[in-house]
Design a protein around this ligand. Structure first.
Ligand code: AMP
Length: 562
């Protein structure tokens, strides 16, 4: 494993890193730092958020900027105020043992006059959102004419947020002899355009798979009715030992409404969305960072740049409007090597979007059934009964209880416990309701090797698939000459889609075919004992041990009725 000391960093920087508790460089750091330190080439780093990108460009930037020169040499563009602040804070801590390097973050939504005054004092590294920097340039308050290093952090996010014109303008106005470093989680068309137009022969470093999500995230989905969605969300939350999560909604109104409902039901939730002013946002984020609020209900835009490392769960109360947002939402968890869960609560109508997301982002979703009522009720009862056992003593009860005790004298301890539990269940009916979610049918997941949707064919690849079972049928090519005829006959007679049928092997008088396990009984029920042009049909499961017997029977054409 590589050490920070082997990357070419100076001793004061190594001391600062040690103090931050960074022991070994992350992959993007090990790959990028030596390149950025030793080469003047442009550079593209493709890596997910939370992989240590800030230090990957921040450490070399600190080394390369000369604090003796009295002008801005480094410019970092980032999509949000939060990210600008995080970057400048990290840069400050990297610079702790270096000669005074002045770092300033400038972003929108706050007093521009103050930022202008700070800029006048002089900076070495400017960290800015594109919109605010453009304003400052127009007012001639910021000077980027002698920038040597220009960093585009989370370039895809900046473009998603509509900063295209601002970025173009800034890049056009930056000195042409600068070095540009671009970091992005995804290589979108827009990012590619920026690299083509404004970068010269960039070296590219890809960490993980391009456009793929972080492997530390488990992607899950559950299929819910709209009326059950809220209860199912709460059940998922209740089933976890510990939760520190973000719940995404599409609109500001939904965000506000959901946070209020959760709060009313006793969950430590709050909302963050675009209608909040900066001080309201700061208050919510502060509560969230201090874990006073452990469920943050957010819109896509408001959640950008939220950099909290130990998010355990991301819930998608609604599937994002733009499927590309899914990466940004789920990327809030599974950071800095920690595992996280990203769970979509999909409505039946939205089911088709899960395979679409899988294809587009090259990730796999696991079906997650809602927690069972039994598990939830038991967990809640244990807590409830422990609360009863922990209740303090009250002198007054010595006077009040005797007649009650007398009246309950005949009642057994088991019955009393039962009644306590029943009373709890009565007051909390939510924990007695069983919710179901049907996994998305296998057919939706079949893909061609070229990544396009498969309509037919490709059956052979389902061979040996544990989800399929093999059936025997005494129909062969003498009855249905082509496999297509056979497939059509099975699908029509059993009312199933061809996606549930796998490999077909036909002989003259009999055939073997694979069928998705979820449909095997349906097929046997529909065909076995039935009739094909006056002949008795026989269908049964083909077990390896009786393969031969079936074969021989088939050859004899024995249509024995069961
Ligand atoms: P970033 O992707 O730059 O936002 O970093 C994600 C988090 O990982 C930040 O909180 C960093 O402080 C932390 N981090 C970055 N590099 C390292 C490292 N080499 N060792 C431990 N933590 C790190």
């Amino acid at each position: 494993m590589q050490e920070f000391s082997s990357l070419g960093l100076s001793q004061p920087t190594l001391d600062a890193i040690e103090e931050l508790g960074f022991e070994t460089p992350t992959s993007i750091q090990a790959g990028a730092i030596p390149k950025l330190l030793n080469s003047e080439s442009d550079f593209i780093g493709l890596a997910q958020t939370g992989t240590g990108k800030t230090a990957a460009f921040g450490l070399p930037l600190m080394e390369l900027v000369d604090p003796e020169l009295p002008f801005a040499q480094g410019l970092v563009l980032a999509p949000t105020r939060e990210l600008c602040l995080q970057i400048s804070n990290q840069l400050e801590s990297f610079a702790k043992y270096r000669k005074k390097t002045s770092i300033l973050a400038v972003y929108g939504g706050t007093d521009i006059g103050r930022q202008i005054r700070q800029l006048r004092k002089g900076v070495h590294i400017l960290v800015a959102t594109p919109g605010r920097l453009r304003d400052l340039l127009e007012r001639k308050a910021a000077d980027i004419s002698r920038i040597r290093y220009l960093v585009l952090d989370e370039a895809d996010e900046m473009l998603n947020m509509g900063f295209r014109a601002e970025i173009d303008e800034i890049l056009e106005n930056a000195p042409s002899e600068r070095t540009t470093w671009l970091f992005s989680a995804t290589m979108s068309r827009d990012v590619r355009r920026i690299s083509k137009n404004y970068m010269y022969k960039p070296e590219e470093l890809v960490i993980g798979t391009v456009n793929a999500s972080n492997k530390d995230i488990e992607h899950q989905y559950t299929v819910v009715r709209a009326t059950e969605k809220y209860d199912i969300l709460k059940n998922f939350i209740d089933a976890e030992e510990e939760i520190y999560g973000i719940i995404f909604c599409r609109t500001r109104r939904d965000t506000e409404k959901l946070a209020k409902m959760l709060e009313k039901d006793g969950y430590p939730a709050d909302a963050i969305h675009g209608d909040l002013n900066q001080s309201q946002r700061d208050r919510v984020m502060d509560l969230f960072r201090r874990k006073r609020v452990t469920l943050l209900v957010a819109t896509d835009v408001a959640a950008r740049g939220i950099d909290v490392n130990d998010i355990t769960h991301v819930y998608h109360f609604n599937i994002p409007e733009d499927l590309n947002f899914y990466t940004h939402r789920s990327g809030r968890t599974g950071r800095a090597g920690k595992r996280g869960v990203s769970l979509i609560l999909a409505h039946h109508r939205e089911k088709g979007m899960i395979p679409q997301l899988e294809r587009r982002l090259d990730i796999r979703f696991k079906h997650q059934a809602p927690p069972s009522a039994e598990v939830l009720l038991q967990r809640k009862l244990v807590t409830h009964i422990q609360g009863i056992l922990d209740a303090p003593e009250f002198d007054i009860l010595d006077k009040v209880l005797p007649p009650i005790q007398e009246a309950l004298k005949e009642m057994s301890k088991e019955d009393l416990i039962y009644q306590i539990a029943a009373s709890f269940a009565e007051k909390n009916p939510r924990y007695t309701v069983e919710h179901k979610s049907q996994p998305i049918e296998a057919g939706n997941y079949q893909r061609r090797r070229d990544g396009r949707d498969r309509d037919r064919g490709g059956r052979d690849r389902r061979r040996g698939n544990a989800d399929f079972t093999r059936l025997f049928i005494n129909l062969g090519t003498m009855d249905l000459p082509q496999k297509g005829d056979f497939l059509g006959y099975i699908c029509r007679s059993c009312n199933i889609s061809g996606d549930f049928v796998g490999r077909i092997d036909m002989s003259e008088k009999y055939s073997f075919f694979d069928i998705h396990k979820s449909r095997a009984d349906q097929v046997i029920d529909a065909l076995d004992g039935g009739d094909y042009k006056g002949r008795d049909l026989r269908v049964n499961q083909d077990r390896p041990s009786n393969d031969r017997r079936n074969h021989r029977r088939g050859q004899r054409g024995g249509a024995r009725r069961r």
